[in-house]
Design a binder for this molecule. Structure first.
Ligand code: GCU
Length: 674
């Protein structure tokens, strides 16, 4: 049937290669599970569904394998040789006595093992010598939905919210289960269902019932539900005079609220909090600190396993300050003051999910506080749902960046997974990777079908940050689009190049662009808004001399927030790598760069070749026509056409605007009209 994208990477289409299908079928004659818990039942059901599709026949389920061979055996045991070296959610898949044995310490581990086995078959791997062992490197692998009770999604580009609040809790859309399956297939084990700019309504009994209905669907897939909270809820919902975190009545209000939540959702995951950020209320409204606020919520959560995830995305409405420095300035003095239940969630870059940012200088600089990382999967600054931008290279660039806090090799990934500072041994503290979801009510979940790869890549990297962008793209393509080898190669290559192409026509050389509004249209001239710092000029600093934000000692000196080894890479404009140049330096238009071109010529070259490369993307996509579903092919083709039009728009807006400062001609090769 025509592929509408609904099934994501869990396609399970019949394997056409008959020898391979026969070999798989010989090894999958039955499924045995030794303990029928709800999570294990999900594993069994998924194996049944998957094998039915891939092999074209039903595979029976038995309680005990007994002496039978030629089947798949799921075993869960807290200890023993089979699970040696596994952590709580890890799995091992081996061949034993002519069975395929999936072992894990917990039911969740077995569920992840079942999905791994299916992935193994979906990507055409040999079954005879199968031997896979995998442990998640990070404990909390989470989606953050910026969904509002009115059904809209902040920065969502694939329709409205998935959660049908007005039908819940009575009507439970079967789609919630498919959402859970997709996440569990990647190892995602938590979901924050509402926007960080949180409505207090989510904390009312009316909404808690609805959230509980979602939690009931997600639980058998190992997924816990979390809520974003509005810090001033004691006032707005509770009718108290204050929301001061040190006020006894306020503390009691939260303790009661947490008890109430647990009556609806006994295994509630915890709170996510955006406080004193972009106009949201917070503890600073009462002269208290982020730690006071977070610890108050942690105290309320004390009787339970739930956590408090406190965001470090803060900056002031001060056009003289450097927003880059704000989180480090506010949070590092609080290191050591947070309750063990608190995790501080830090965006990958210091500003705001730009197409390319240096890593946040908070990573590595709060050794006593578990720092989770927050990536943005939804393409707020990456062309919404029309531009194809595969994000794994962006995620990896940050994860592999070296903070040098404990010498060479102290990568951001190792700060986040706890290996640099040993969070793992810090009692109840946890390690966390979160992604702002790109899902919505569109039939294909993500609007642009190729954006499914970003959800996939986030999940796979949250499980194992050492996987390569290439391997993930290849795996996703084969599970989702086609197994035809040439097409797989072409699509993988297109995905891998897509982010640099976007950066070239959107924000080359470390240009930065957050400003007011919908964050889509190019408006580098935008210079007035509700806040003095929400202007384009604040970020890119174009003037008659040059372009870029001086963050060296002659400017804001944000570079001082990094270790000397990192600083040395970036502080000298002669040697600073070009992708980061304008993040740290105000560079004269006529200055020759390491490429041999002047800044102005290099900018023009990037804008023009970047936009031109979208033509290349269209040509490459045209080549895979016969290998992918026709409706999906047409959908992506149309989006690439739009992307090209918009790339020209970005290019021309930037070039013509910057030209008013640079006062130089557009270099000859690019001058000709389109
Ligand atoms: C960005 C985004 C906002 C969001 C904010 C946040 O600024 O544009 O919509 O609320 O990030 O992460 O809190």
């Amino acid at each position: 049937h025509a592929d509408d994208g609904y099934r994501l990477w869990l396609k399970y289409d019949l394997i056409n290669d008959i020898p391979r299908r026969t070999a798989y079928a010989r090894s999958a004659q039955f499924i045995a599970a030794n303990k029928p818990s709800p999570v294990l039942q999900s594993a069994v059901t998924e194996l049944q569904t998957g094998l039915q599709g891939l092999l074209g026949k039903a595979v029976p389920v038995v309680a005990q394998s007994g002496s039978r061979t030629g089947g798949i055996v799921l075993t869960v045991a807290p200890s023993g040789a089979d699970v040696q070296g596994l952590n709580d959610e890890g799995y091992r898949i081996v061949r034993r006595q002519n069975n395929i044995v999936i072992s894990a310490k917990t039911d969740a581990g077995a569920l992840y093992g079942a999905f791994a086995l299916l992935r193994h078959l979906q990507t055409g791997q040999p079954i005879d010598q199968v031997s896979l062992t995998s442990n998640p490197k990070v404990k909390l692998r989470m989606l953050n939905h910026w969904d509002n009770p009115n059904g809209a999604i902040e920065r969502g580009y694939a329709g409205g919210t998935l959660w049908k609040w007005y039908e819940l809790p009575e009507t439970v859309d079967p789609r919630y289960r498919d959402y859970a399956r997709a996440n569990a297939s990647l190892g995602i084990n938590g979901t924050v269902v509402n926007n960080v700019n949180a409505s207090p309504r989510l904390l009312t009994g009316e909404y808690l019932q609805k959230v509980a209905a979602l939690a009931n669907v997600f639980r058998p897939y190992g997924i816990k539900v979390y809520l974003s909270v509005y810090f001033a809820a004691p006032k707005t919902l509770g009718g108290l005079k204050t929301s001061d975190p040190l006020d006894p009545q306020v503390r009691q209000w939260w303790a009661d609220k947490v008890n109430e939540i647990h009556r609806y959702i006994p295994d509630f995951g915890g709170f996510l909090v955006k406080a004193n950020s972009e106009g949201e209320p917070g503890p600073q409204d009462y002269g208290r600190t982020h730690a006071d606020g977070a610890n108050m919520l942690a105290a309320a959560m004390k009787p339970y396993s739930g956590l408090v995830i406190w965001r470090a995305f803060v900056y002031k409405a001060d056009p003289k300050a450097d927003r880059f420095k704000a989180a480090h300035e506010e949070f590092t003095p609080l290191d050591g003051q947070f309750d063990p239940k608190v995790i501080v969630q830090v965006k990958n870059g210091p500003i705001d999910f730009q197409p390319r940012e240096p890593f946040s200088p908070l990573f590595g600089n709060m050794p006593k506080t578990p720092l989770g990382i927050e990536f943005q999967i939804t393409q707020e600054y990456l062309g919404f749902a029309t531009h194809t931008v595969y994000e794994a290279p962006l995620f990896k660039e940050c994860l592999e960046a070296d903070t040098y806090v404990n010498g060479k090799g102290s990568t951001v990934a190792k700060v986040v997974d706890g290996s640099v500072h040993g969070y793992r041994n810090a009692g109840p503290t946890q390690t966390l990777m979160a992604g702002v979801a790109n899902t919505g009510s569109d039939r294909n979940w993500t609007g642009n079908p190729l954006a499914q790869a970003n959800w996939y890549a986030f999940g796979r990297l949250a499980w194992d940050h050492t996987l390569s962008s290439d391997a993930i793209a290849n795996e996703w393509t084969r599970m989702t689009l086609t197994s035809e080898p040439q097409a797989v190669k072409r699509i993988t290559n297109l995905l891998l190049k897509s982010r640099d192409i976007y950066v070239d026509y959107n924000t080359p050389l470390g240009l930065s662009r957050p400003w007011t509004g919908v964050h889509f249209a190019p408006e580098p001239w935008q210079n007035n808004s509700s806040r003095p710092d929400w202007t384009a000029v604040y970020y890119h600093r174009a003037d008659s001399v040059g372009l870029g934000f001086d963050r060296t000692p002659t400017g804001s000196n944000a570079l001082a927030q990094y270790r000397p080894e990192v600083r040395r890479q970036w502080e000298n404009p002669e040697t600073c790598p070009l992708p980061y140049l304008l993040w740290f330096h105000h560079v004269p238009w006529t200055k020759p760069l390491s490429s041999g071109r002047t800044l102005w010529n290099e900018l023009c070259t990037r804008f023009y070749t970047g936009a031109d490369s979208v033509q290349w993307m269209r040509r490459e996509w045209a080549q895979v026509k016969s290998a992918v579903d026709p409706a999906l092919f047409a959908d992506v083709s149309g989006r690439l056409d739009t992307q090209y039009k918009e790339a020209l728009w970005w290019r021309d807006a930037w070039v013509l605007y910057l030209q008013t400062f640079a006062r130089q001609p557009i270099p000859a090769p690019f001058k000709k009209p389109d």
